[in-house]
Ligand binder design. Structure first.
Ligand SMILES: Nc1nc2c(c(=O)[nH]1)N[C@H]1C(S)=C(S)[C@@H](COP(=O)(O)O)O[C@H]1N2
Ligand SMILES: [Mo]
Length: 156
């Protein structure tokens, strides 16, 4: 499936191996509103899982398959924003970033993009990226598999 990842940084840097901060909190922004959430809160929401996920690094080969568990990104945004929206941006504390359209998320069906909290049934550690964006249909470069999410920005 094609991804709307033109906004994502080009694949020119080495992936950052260490978390930039210890704080796994995420702030969600839409227009003038914001709310901060914690992984503990995400665990109280409906959990989804997607197996056969690979992290494909052009420089270092692929890792996987992994089974990631967590909350659907589409569910989270729809819960926060009652109005129509079209784009969601995911930014990390180390200034990595990607963006995905609502249309693309709606097409993912049984393999939804996740705010991942677990890998192979074990809680994701901060070093592993907690909370990590997993986009199962992005199988080319891992550029959308954003570790250490710090902000989610939603646009109409
Ligand atoms: N926050 C953040 N996420 C990131 C990166 C990064 O540098 N920072 N690198 C990306 C790239 S280029 C790759 S290949 C994978 C590496 O994932 P891994 O550390 O689980 O192997 O993470 C992706 N997500
Ligand atoms: Mo990469």
């Amino acid at each position: 499936m094609a991804t709307d990842n033109q906004w994502t940084p080009p694949h020119s840097h080495e992936p950052n191996p260490t978390p930039p901060t210890n704080d796994p909190g995420i702030t969600i922004y839409f227009q003038g509103f914001s709310v901060s959430i914690h992984p503990q809160h995400l665990l109280t929401l409906t959990q989804r899982s997607v197996d056969d996920c690979y992290i494909i690094s052009t420089g270092h080969g692929a890792s996987g398959p992994f089974k990631f568990g967590g909350v659907s990104l589409l569910d989270i945004v729809d819960q926060f924003v009652a109005r129509p929206w079209s784009i969601v941006e995911i930014l990390s504390a180390d200034a990595f970033r990607t963006r995905i359209s609502r249309d693309e998320l709606e097409r993912t069906g049984a393999r939804p993009a996740l705010l991942a909290l677990s890998k192979d049934g074990k809680p994701l550690s901060r070093d592993e990226g907690l909370v990590r964006l997993i986009v199962p249909h992005e199988e080319g470069t891992a550029l959308q598999q954003v570790k250490w999410i710090s902000e989610i920005r939603i646009f109409e």
